[in-house]
Design a protein around this ligand. Sequence first.
Ligand SMILES: Nc1ncnc2c1ncn2[C@@H]1O[C@H](COP(=O)(O)OP(=O)(O)O)[C@@H](O)[C@H]1O
Ligand SMILES: [Mg+2]
Length: 352
Amino acid sequence: MARLRVGIILGGMSSEREVSLNSGRNVYDNLDREAYEAVPVFMDLKGNLWIIPWQLISQNTTTDISERLAGEARPIGYEDLKEEIDFAFISLHGKYGDDGCIQGLLELLGIPYTGPGVLASALGMDKHIQQSILKAEGLDVPRSHVVTIEDWRRDSRAVKNNLLTLFPPPFFVKPTREGSSVGVRAVREEGDIETALEEAFRWDLKALVEEYLDGIEFSCIVLEDEGEVRYLDVTEIHPQSDFYTYDDKYMPGRCRKFTPPKNIPPEMTSKIGEMAVRAFKALGFRSYGRIDGFVLKDGRILITDPNSSSGMAPSSFFFEQAASAGMLPSMIISRLIENALAIHRGKKGPLC
Ligand SMILES: Nc1ncnc2c1ncn2[C@@H]1O[C@H](COP(=O)(O)OP(=O)(O)O)[C@@H](O)[C@H]1O
Ligand SMILES: [Mg+2]
């Protein structure tokens, strides 16, 4: 029997394309070859797709791959994708990757894929809209305020004064729709506000300002498995920097993670898992997701950052929590694919 051709889509146009390469490479390496044929599909900086030979996957950067595309890879038009693959394992992160864009294209082409549909993927990127949905669901989220680039350019003094009234420093400023801690800044004193907002506006037209959360950070993978939504073991995070920065997330040996948690009691850990499942459902996530948050010193549990996709490097939360549940990378990847295929068979449109 012909094996299912699994297109592993990696690279992309976002600030997270190097993270995507790491995720995609790891999925490629661990895909069960008895059941599936791996087809690496590279998205370049312009959004063009290329089928790349396996030799290119081991390149260190997306720039290295890009420089070799013309000589070694095969360009394909969007419409041709359906001739090349039967299923898409989306290893893209960030803009155009897990925000509904590639999902929309795959829906038009009728190719089933990992992760949620168009709307939930977009919601997974928008930290501000997420917060209102989670609040309506009765979940605790950080106190926050949106600053638009227009307001900031029009009257920066008024914006600053307003922020200082709303949030006495320290507080956090971030692009509303980014990921991997790109553009996230801690504001410790009034003098930091301008740099933090300018950094957020490099990436987005809206900056999200949040109260400072003092506590233990956690991350929890949620899986839709044979129709049931369930959570894996929660991970407790101890960054080396003063918050969980890009380097802490991806540089080897930086951040310590405990799965299951060391300093969060088991009753609270189960509560986190249940809240993660509620957040997953409230946002309409399907297939899998990663729900992040904080346990505050006063014992409150806040959901801060639901993600409709998750990094898939070897030491990612996804594989660490799968390992804690006794699943090898190849096992959880196969399970994700089979569940995603079942979800797509039952769908009634791109928003389902
Ligand atoms: N309000 C906050 N209080 C304390 N730390 C925060 C806050 N917001 C963000 N951080 C820190 O910054 C990191 C990245 O922010 P996050 O909102 O999760 O964005 P991203 O989508 O880039 O992961 C978090 O993992 C956390 O360590
Ligand atoms: Mg986060």
